[in-house]
Design a protein around this ligand. Sequence first.
Ligand SMILES: NC(=O)c1ccc[n+]([C@@H]2O[C@H](COP(=O)([O-])OP(=O)(O)OC[C@H]3O[C@@H](n4cnc5c(N)ncnc54)[C@H](OP(=O)(O)O)[C@@H]3O)[C@@H](O)[C@H]2O)c1
Length: 287
Amino acid sequence: MRPAPRWQPVLAAGASRSAGARRPTRSERGDPSVLKDTTAVVTGASSGIGAAVAEALAAEGASVALLARRRDRLNGLAEAINARDGGRAEVYEADVTDPDAVRAAVDAAAGRGGDSNGIDILVNNAGSGTWGPALGAELDDWHATVDVNVGGVLNATHAALPHLARAADAAPRGVADLVTVSSLAGRRVPGPDSNVYAATKHAVGAFSEALRQELAERHVRVGVVEPGIVVTELTTAGRPHAPDATRPTGYGLLQPEDVAAAVVFMVTRPRHVALNEMLVRPTEQTC
Ligand SMILES: NC(=O)c1ccc[n+]([C@@H]2O[C@H](COP(=O)([O-])OP(=O)(O)OC[C@H]3O[C@@H](n4cnc5c(N)ncnc54)[C@H](OP(=O)(O)O)[C@@H]3O)[C@@H](O)[C@H]2O)c1
């Protein structure tokens, strides 16, 4: 039998269940420490969306485990976060395609502080891509994309699930969050050059939906955030056939912080609200 949750009931004894009687959550009250005492793991935290998500979660009070391969980048980000008010940051150098390295990092993050309540938030963000015509493509490039975008999500999710389930049973929130950064290309195939990238993002969407159905009653909320084009290294490095954020579009593109705000919104909902999918486009993008 599962242990009784240690979270505090939302309603005082005898209080009505009407929406008006509900106490506002800390996030609704604008409390900057809404994620105080929580632990978050963010994969792909060394740049772009992951770095912005880590900063935003820490600004809400979460202790954030920064996971990626580029230790120097992670160290710089951890220094910046730890110099500010809010949650702390710790660095875990790991390749998401290496299940043992990911599990060691996730277990270490969960065990910080000794008597662990688990991991409250996992953000599966690490991602990469190959784009271009299938005819003439390198098979190794396809597999490399699958290994990171799908394999990495599976590795981190498998390692974190027991910790998320434990956190969902515990104070301070009585709920845990598993968020995967998918893509607009996980909702619809944006064009033929997106073949394998779109396939990986559709795959994590399907995986997330199955997990959502399984874990809903455990109060582990599962969601995907699906950004349109965001200005990051992925879209500015001049990768052949990749979405190109350096090309003038005539309208404002998304910044990593825009996606981070969506992630934070998702994980700061009241316990009874699960926001399972967020598609975030630049306002003027029509496709
Ligand atoms: N930019 C966009 O327009 C856009 C749109 C929709 C969705 N997305 C998704 O957003 C996520 C973040 O991408 P981004 O745009 O922020 O690009 P980015 O700046 O290139 O960031 C990618 C992150 O993933 C990490 N990463 C890649 N391979 C890894 C591996 N094998 N092990 C561990 N970490 C790895 C990188 O860290 P290291 O290199 O240090 O390991 C980096 O921190 C991806 O899942 C991407 O598919 C991006």
